[in-house]
Design a binder for this molecule. Structure first.
Ligand SMILES: [Zn+2]
Length: 401
């Protein structure tokens, strides 16, 4: 009996080993358009599976994934292909181009699928694909090739549109961090761009803290760590939320902050690749009030942060209760600091993000003073049965313990 999955509207039936238990593969680069909408793809897949007496045991739905992506790295399809989600007998897609728009990747996927003894079904082909049949192999390759050509055509068209809009001084694409486009009607052209209060406040705060710091400890990377800890939406998540999507829980990075500080977009100009677009009069085209002025923009350039400064070269104690972070100016902590794990070793990194941390130098100083309190300021060397004490000015012969 089919049941609906909680995450989407597509029915699934349990794996029963009938040899036709298929995985439904859906892909969209953007969730819109009736011809390749999720519901349309679902219906095509269900029809095709029913025609071949198969049934769908699960769905690998990759939304917002470009057709140029390697299928093995797609968030939902990848784990199935790597056999991490249990058995299935084949793949079912609405069309060949839903598998991929890259000829090489598409052929590799079909070949590996066949080698694993699995079936391949697409709704734009009658029956199962038999890629040992030269005619079918040609058809499959041509369909991939056609999808590739379409992909290039779409990309070229989008780029040309962007160039046209830019030349006309119009806003194209998403607003920079700290800004929002205002449209007078849903789906209408952008009327004007203005500051978005919340993100603008976050950006102004890091742009104020960075040049104001005199300790050398506030760097783009330490600011990134601070914002991640405070659970402020990263610019990509903020952009998603602004467009009504769920945030992905991304982290801030030093590079993002640096780009935001240095980009002409933060000054309120229309930009291309971070640089202001010049209008017919030779002046930058202003589209919104700037988050800050030129002096603030040039401040981080005047004093570049040390390489990798304050970066999350952090080590966590095994319980995730305390982390140490290296000082911007010190040598990096070794990857294999004994007893401490790097944040990349922890599967659920967010669980330790809130843990208190201290700079590694402070930890060393604190440990040293505690040890001096307890054992005295002399250097103590323990050999097997003797203790040697060396003090300033005199040495004592080893004492038997
Ligand atoms: Zn089955």
């Amino acid at each position: 009996m089919p049941s609906m999955t909680s995450s989407n509207d597509a029915p699934v039936t349990p794996y029963d080993g009938c040899g036709r238990c298929l995985l439904g593969v859906r892909r969209l680069s953007r969730v819109q358009g009736a011809t390749s909408s999720p519901a349309r793809q679902r219906d095509l897949i269900l029809d095709a599976a029913a025609r071949e007496s198969g049934h769908i045991i699960g769905w690998a739905d990759d939304w917002e994934v470009s057709g140029d992506t390697d299928p093995y790295t797609r968030p939902k399809l990848g784990p199935w292909l790597k056999d991490q989600h249990g058995p299935y007998d084949g793949l079912a897609a609405a069309a060949v181009d839903r598998i991929g728009r890259n000829v090489e990747e598409g052929l590799r996927l079909s070949r590996l699928n066949k080698e694993a003894g699995r079936l391949l079904l697409t709704a734009d082909h009658s029956g199962w694909w038999d890629l040992d049949d030269p005619a079918q192999e040609n058809e499959f390759t041509l369909k991939l090739f056609g999808a590739r050509m379409e992909f290039h055509a779409i990309r070229t068209r989008n780029r040309q549109r962007a160039v046209q809009a830019r030349t006309a001084g119009e806003v194209a694409g998403r607003p920079a961090y700290g800004f929002m486009h205002v449209r007078l009607a849903h789906g209408a052209k952008v009327d004007h761009t203005e500051n978005e209060p919340d993100s603008a406040a976050v950006a102004r705060e890091f742009a104020r803290r960075l040049p104001a710091d005199e300790t050398g400890r506030v760097t783009v990377d330490s600011e990134a760590a601070r914002l991640t800890r405070a659970e402020v939406f990263s610019p990509s998540d903020w952009s998603r939320v602004m467009y009504g999507k769920e945030p992905l829980g991304g982290r801030w990075s030093g590079n993002v902050i640096k780009r935001s500080c240095l980009s002409d977009a933060s000054l309120g100009y229309l930009t291309h690749k971070g640089k202001a677009v010049l209008g017919p009069d030779g002046h930058p085209v202003r589209i919104a009030p700037g988050l800050w002025g030129r002096p603030t923009q040039s401040a981080p350039k005047a004093r570049p942060a040390p390489h990798g400064a304050g970066r999350a070269f952090r080590r966590y104690c095994p319980l995730g209760r305390l982390s140490i972070q290296r000082d911007p100016t010190s040598a990096p902590l070794g990857r294999n600091q004994p007893g401490w794990s790097s944040d990349t070793d922890i599967p659920d990194r967010r669980s330790v993000l809130g843990s208190p941390w201290i700079p590694v130098q402070d930890l060393a100083t604190s440990a040293e003073s505690r040890s001096a309190c307890r054992y005295g300021s002399s250097q103590k060397i323990r050999t097997r049965r003797t203790v040697t004490r060396r003090r300033c000015g005199w040495t004592r012969r080893p004492t038997t313990w």
